[in-house]
Design a protein around this ligand. Structure first.
Ligand SMILES: [Ca+2]
Ligand SMILES: [Ca+2]
Ligand SMILES: [Ca+2]
Ligand SMILES: [Ca+2]
Length: 326
């Protein structure tokens, strides 16, 4: 009996919390870095992307976040102090805002828990927090940590609000409110050389770390030390990582930003081989050449012309003409 009552009470609490908290805007955080305008996003923890889109320009600074509160994370690109927010992955910019200075460091997060991610400009250890995608003065100005801190963003306690944390090596000092004072959560995870991303990988509303080495990701669902719960190889080592909830299932997954190779300038067309001293019909043999190099040159001349090994100089098809004759 008491067990049943207890279970009901827990259930009631869960529902009340669910009803009162806006959809988590979980990804966000600092700019993704990298360059390129191809985005390969994955809704599942698998090796293959299910979304492949182009957005913005190669040199754009890129952020991910839930700009409209629909529960789905999308892209925003930044050029100087101008931001182009799009509410559909690969779709046109829906909101364009100029905010702060061209050289500001900006992190995105849901600072007020309304389900929408918005910018915070960082200058040293001062954060100018904005709760809407609009120009104008900051809604709040707060100090956090030290000017040189490596700062991370996430919702550590699942209250729907993003707050800050500091990384030092492989140690993390997380705070559940944006203000000074002792960390609420301290833990170590991964290696000092790892890249780290925070997201809600399991849908419990709390953001936890995933570290990257090469193109291998080690994912944890807790802000504590210990082994990763999931390991996944994704993308290429040269890719830049993005994280977000692309399909709105409340779980963050991976994506990458990749540079699209520029089309290579057309090679000058191979000059037409002179018909003398030989042609496809003249049938030279290895014995007609003074050296392997001369045979090789004749062989390659016809290969380049697209006619193949017209003299039959490379009988063993290893690309070396008449190598057994010299
Ligand atoms: Ca959205
Ligand atoms: Ca917000
Ligand atoms: Ca929080
Ligand atoms: Ca989580």
């Amino acid at each position: 009996m008491s067990f049943r009552l207890g279970a009901a009470a827990v259930l009631g609490l869960t529902i009340a919390l669910t009803a009162s908290v806006a959809l988590p805007a979980s990804a966000a955080g600092p700019a993704a870095g990298g360059s390129g305008n191809r985005y390969l996003l994955n809704d599942r923890w698998s090796g293959a992307a299910n979304i492949d889109v182009r957005y913005g320009r190669d040199a754009d600074i890129v952020y991910t976040g839930d700009w409209n509160g629909d529960g789905k994370d999308t892209l925003a690109v930044r050029r100087g102090g101008t931001y182009y927010f799009s509410n559909s992955v690969g779709g046109k910019a829906t909101t364009t805002v100029s905010y702060g200075r061209a050289d500001d460091t900006v992190v995105m997060g849901d600072w007020n828990g309304d389900g929408k991610d918005t910018p915070a400009v960082r200058r040293g250890n001062v954060y100018l927090i904005k709760n809407s995608l609009s120009a104008g003065s900051a809604d709040a100005t707060v100090s956090f940590g030290k000017a040189g801190d490596d700062v991370v963003v996430g919702d550590w306690n699942g209250d729907g609000k993003d707050t800050l944390g500091v990384r030092r090596g492989n140690q993390y000092f997380l705070k559940n409110s944006i203000r000074g004072g002792a960390a609420d959560i301290t833990f170590s995870f991964g290696k000092t050389s790892d890249k780290v991303y925070f997201g809600d990988w399991n849908g419990d509303r709390k953001d936890t770390p995933a570290v990257r080495r090469g193109n291998t990701y080690f994912i944890s669902n807790a802000t504590r030390g210990g082994a990763a719960e999931t390991t996944l190889v994704y993308g290429k080592t040269t890719d830049t990582t993005l994280t977000g909830d692309w399909d709105g299932n409340r779980k963050d997954t991976l994506g990458v930003r990749r540079a699209v190779p520029k089309p290579v300038a057309a090679q000058p067309t191979a000059p037409k081989p002179a018909p003398v001293p030989s042609g496809p019909g003249s049938d030279l043999d290895c014995g007609d050449f003074s050296s392997q190099a001369a045979a090789q040159a004749e062989f390659e001349r016809w290969i380049r012309a697209g006619l193949g090994d017209v003299h039959g100089l490379d009988r063993d098809n290893d690309g070396q003409a008449c190598e057994s004759s010299f």
